[in-house]
Design a protein around this ligand. Structure first.
Ligand code: DQA
Length: 138
């Protein structure tokens, strides 16, 4: 099982931005934990982050992974392009958010990608990623 851990806009700022919401660990540190978590379960993983919507679409289209763990960041709430990219491939996608978006501003309550994702994990900080990985291994 090979998984693509895909992060969208502003996730490169994790650890620096809004630490009360997203924690103090950097994305590299979180990715290292995900890598070890996967390794311990016999899964392979690769990582990609971009602030560019089209690059996220291309990553979804071109991956040879068996599944995608996707935190699209704010793209989640308005990117029909990413939604369509997910719908255009057979690779299952699990949507992830570190924060509980439903307990935050109204504009975060709606995801335009949820409908085309296998499921959503949200509100567990960096553990949201690990739970999403686990969902592929059940
Ligand atoms: C986020 C939630 C989004 O609303 C926000 O724009 C992000 C991060 C999360 O991980 O909680 O950038 O996806």
């Amino acid at each position: 099982m090979k998984l693509l851990i895909l992060n969208g806009v502003n996730l490169n700022m994790t650890g620096k931005r809004e630490p009360g919401v997203y924690g103090v660990q950097t994305l590299d540190e979180i990715n290292e934990e995900i890598r070890k978590f996967c390794l311990a379960r016999g899964a392979e993983c690769e990582f990609f982050q971009s602030n560019l919507e089209g690059e996220i679409c291309t990553a979804i289209q071109q991956t040879d992974a068996d599944g995608i763990v996707l935190n699209a960041g704010a793209f989640t709430h308005y990117s029909y392009a990413i939604r369509d990219a997910i719908a255009s491939v057979h690779t299952p996608v699990v949507e992830v958010h570190m924060s509980n978006v439903h307990a935050r501003e109204e504009f975060r309550h709606h995801s335009v990608i949820s409908e085309v994702c296998r499921g959503t994990v949200l509100g567990f900080g960096k553990n949201s990623y690990l739970l999403a990985v686990e969902s592929f291994l059940l």
